[in-house]
Design a protein around this ligand. Structure first.
Ligand SMILES: Nc1ncnc2c1ncn2[C@@H]1O[C@H](COP(=O)(O)OP(=O)(O)OP(=O)(O)O)[C@@H](O)[C@H]1O
Ligand SMILES: [Mg+2]
Length: 230
């Protein structure tokens, strides 16, 4: 069942200054809130549930202490959209981020959240050398352009994200991940309680069927990771 209401989600068209970015894949714009002066990248996915996927995955990364931009749901002419607060950083080239320790230390979170869209253009490196993960729209049960994907209890991404045949862009990014990063990542995901996963999932505002299913699978995947530790 699709989410049917955007109650409480603010409409920004006509209020924020918008510079539209031409794209054949989705509506997107650079936007400024004229009251606060804060700048955002705003994108309107074709599938509206994808905005909620991005919010949920982003919030779970945040709960794990992994750098992601602050995002908020807005509507643009009534269509559910994601506003991502601008991180002042250079666009990243593969050589800046390949095998970066913060790319490697976030691998278990990427696998847990089924982030198939890990690639250099979805990462930024700030002036302190920290890596920021942008674009969580290809996580959970969605692919980058909103198509559905299987998001089940087995964390197949534990292998596939590092397989240069299946996902060459991601595999290049991770390089050879030290076992210590894997172990630390699994203990970090394992530390998220059922209650925390439930409440973060609830805040994303899915219909109750989708909310229940996602929260359950997230917990099953957390257990799968826990049980894969020697
Ligand atoms: N919070 C942000 N701070 C700085 N730059 C951003 C931010 N969000 C997005 N961008 C820039 O906009 C680009 C597109 O963002 P994003 O990947 O979220 O959207 P997208 O529409 O899915 O694009 P693509 O299909 O190219 O992946 C990013 O590669 C980055 O250069
Ligand atoms: Mg992207």
């Amino acid at each position: 069942m699709a989410h049917t209401t955007n109650v409480g989600v603010p409409e920004i068209a006509g209020f924020w200054e918008m510079v539209v970015i031409p794209s054949q894949f989705r509506a997107a714009a650079w936007a400024t809130d004229p009251v606060s002066g804060v700048r955002y990248y705003v994108k309107t996915p074709k599938v509206s549930g994808q905005a909620r996927v991005e919010l949920l995955a982003n919030s779970l990364y945040r709960a794990l202490g992994i750098r992601v931009p602050l995002i908020t749901l807005v509507t643009v002419q009534g269509r559910l959209s994601v506003a991502s607060r601008i991180i002042p950083a250079r666009a990243s080239k593969m050589q800046l981020v390949a095998a970066h320790p913060e790319v490697q230390s976030g691998f278990i979170a990427d696998a847990w959240l089924a982030n198939w869209d890990m690639k250099s253009s979805n990462l930024l490196v700030d002036s302190d050398g920290h890596v920021w993960r942008l674009d969580q729209g290809g996580c959970l049960h969605r692919r980058a352009l909103g198509e559905p994907k299987i998001f089940g209890p087995v964390v197949t991404e534990f292998h596939t994200l590092r397989d240069s045949v299946i996902n060459p862009k991601a595999a290049r990014l991770y390089g050879t991940i030290p076992q210590s990063s894997i172990t630390a990542g699994i203990s970090s995901v394992s530390s998220l309680s059922d209650d925390l996963i439930d409440s973060i999932t609830r805040l994303a505002g899915f219909d109750s069927d989708t909310e229940g299913r996602l929260a359950l699978v997230l917990k099953e995947r957390r257990e799968w990771l826990r049980s894969s530790l020697p």
